[in-house]
Design a protein around this ligand. Sequence first.
Ligand code: A1D88
Length: 136
Amino acid sequence: MTIQEMKIGDSASTVKTIGESDVYLFAGITGDLNPAHTDEVSASQTPFGGRIAHGILSAGLISAVLGMRLPGPGTIYLGQELKFTKPVRFGDTVTATCTVSELLPEKNIVRLETICTNQDGDMVIKGMATVMPPRR
Ligand SMILES: C/C=C/C(=O)SCCNC(=O)CCNC(=O)[C@H](O)C(C)(C)COP(=O)(O)OP(=O)(O)OC[C@H]1O[C@@H](n2cnc3c(N)ncnc32)[C@H](O)[C@@H]1OP(=O)(O)O
């Protein structure tokens, strides 16, 4: 979508269950082998009581919404604020939702509220994205 086709309140989502294989693939791709994600014995001694997903793996679903749905293909990601408010555990189903909150047509820039929730409706990530939508 171009900025002219978007309006405040427009929203899009994607859903994914985050499995152990997703976490291990992400660890391998990024080199982030933090025991919080990869060592059940060590992670069982943390306040979370077991392994949790990388926060930025779940946040990647926000990028998927922006690049594939709203605004969609051709979007340039300019910035992202994130707060990780609850852990994502192996097997959790995360829904990432992006909602248009500000349109700056003179700069071709859009700001969107970005929220991820789990299958219980708990917010696991909240933040704001800044993007440049395709011009046509
Ligand atoms: C290197 C990479 C590692 C990873 O990827 S780890 C995976 C990603 N991270 C997570 O999954 C963390 C998810 N977040 C949580 O589970 C919870 O969140 C916490 C356990 C960290 C804290 O929760 P609680 O113990 O209930 O504390 P509270 O009462 O919510 O907050 C206490 C103070 O801490 C501030 N705070 C809490 N979370 C955040 C955050 N995400 N960003 C910034 N500040 C935070 C609050 O404001 C507050 O402060 P005030 O008492 O002054 O109001």
